[in-house]
Write a protein that binds this ligand. Structure first.
Ligand SMILES: Cc1cc2nc3c(=O)[nH]c(=O)nc-3n(C[C@H](O)[C@H](O)[C@H](O)COP(=O)(O)OP(=O)(O)OC[C@H]3O[C@@H](n4cnc5c(N)ncnc54)[C@H](O)[C@@H]3O)c2cc1C
Length: 330
């Protein structure tokens, strides 16, 4: 165990973790950020952000680079390649965070490990991952220039990424298991407009699921099934992009903090207190997260503000949210 006790250890250097680190280090709290890979999180995989207030357009890596520099300029320590594997409450009320052979201790912890891509779980998916099967159009679209790709999904990411892929691929077939999309209206309209253009490279197949991915060393076709008629076909293509949602990266927290059935961290959603005193949560891994860059950043800020209350007076942890009125009273 390292000798020094940090005021706060932040697990995850995505937007939530970096925002928390900015506030805590600027408040002169001794701050350590543990990151499994390198700072960035999901947003580092996108090349176009248009909905971060005050910035008309920026790429993910560019934004993260600014955040990282800003955080480090206030003295926060960032340890990359450091995956938190276990947390434990110590007898002196501090919290230990284990990372490979290392053990760090802090008075408070902010959990910000975000989420990961959900898999389809069909034959061929694992074998052909990286050989035509992808979960990130923004990262991999240029590899499919002039090719035919199938995309799977019906949410915002699926539609955004499908539209992005049409700039590179010769043909894009979007399959969706339902007969309408759950993405925002503006995106659905853009997608339908694109598919309706003369000689469009975009095809939409509703009520269709992928049953298998086939090919040796590269994707050659995808098994498709019409869920209404039951008709199956082998659909030739060069790649499959899965946009099936996210899973919280919280398996290492099982048995330490309370999680929902789907693995999201339970918290009070106002002060972001978890079920363990001194441990806050921020970003996409928490219950009720809006899964957005701006909200992840907002969470990081709230958690870093609230840890001051706990450090000042630990009994604050059990106080109800102040000024909170019962429904119907506001
Ligand atoms: C392709 C794509 C495009 C997007 N575009 C937009 C957009 O335009 N606008 C928008 O608002 N949102 C967008 N989002 C969503 C946005 O990126 C997320 O909501 C945001 O990144 C969530 O931030 P986070 O910090 O909570 O989690 P994450 O970004 O997931 O970061 C979590 C970090 O924690 C690390 N980590 C995980 N487990 C551990 C562990 N055990 N120990 C140490 N570190 C760990 C991860 O490696 C990661 O770096 C997009 C997402 C994707 C995937």
């Amino acid at each position: 165990m390292t000798d020094s006790v940090y005021d706060v250890i932040i697990v995850g250097a995505g937007p939530a973790g970096l925002a928390a680190a900015l506030y805590s280090s600027r408040d002169r709290f001794k701050t350590l950020v543990l990151e499994k890979f390198t700072p960035g999180g999901q947003i580092a995989t996108t090349n176009r952000i248009e909905n971060y207030p005050g910035i008309i357009q920026i790429d993910g890596p560019g934004l993260i680079e600014q955040m990282r520099k800003q955080v480090q300029s206030f003295g926060a320590e960032i340890k990359s390649g450091c995956e938190a594997s276990k947390l434990e409450k110590l007898p002196d009320r501090n919290i230990a965070v284990y990372c490979d052979e290392d053990k760090f201790a802090a008075k408070t912890v902010i959990l910000a490990p975000g989420s990961s891509y959900r898999k389809l779980g069909i034959p061929g998916e694992e074998d052909l991952r990286g050989a035509g099967v992808s979960y990130c159009g923004t990262c991999d679209a240029p590899f499919f220039t002039g090719k035919h790709v199938v995309t799977v999904g019906g949410g915002n990411t699926a539609l955004q990424e499908t539209l992005h892929l049409t700039k590179y691929a010769r043909k894009v077939t979007l399959i969706h298991r339902r007969d309408q999309f759950r993405a925002t209206k503006v995106l659905v309209e853009e997608l339908k407009r694109k598919a309706g253009e003369p000689n469009s490279s975009l095809i939409i197949k509703y009520s269709t699921v992928a049953t298998a991915i086939k090919g040796r060393g590269e994707v050659q076709s995808v098994g498709l099934k019409d869920v209404k008629t039951g008709r199956e076909q082998d659909y030739p293509c060069d790649g499959l992009f899965v946009f099936a949602g996210m899973e919280p990266n919280t398996s290492f927290l099982k048995g330490f903090v309370e999680l929902t059935e789907k693995g999201f961290v339970k918290c009070d959603c106002a002060y972001l207190r978890t079920t363990v005193p001194g441990v806050f949560v921020a970003g996409d891994c928490r219950i009720g997260a809006a899964m957005q860059l701006a909200t992840a950043v907002g969470d990081g800020v709230v958690a870093a503000m609230m840890l001051k209350e706990y450090l000042r007076e630990p009994s604050w942890w059990n106080e109800p949210v102040s000024d909170m009125l019962a429904p119907g009273q506001w």
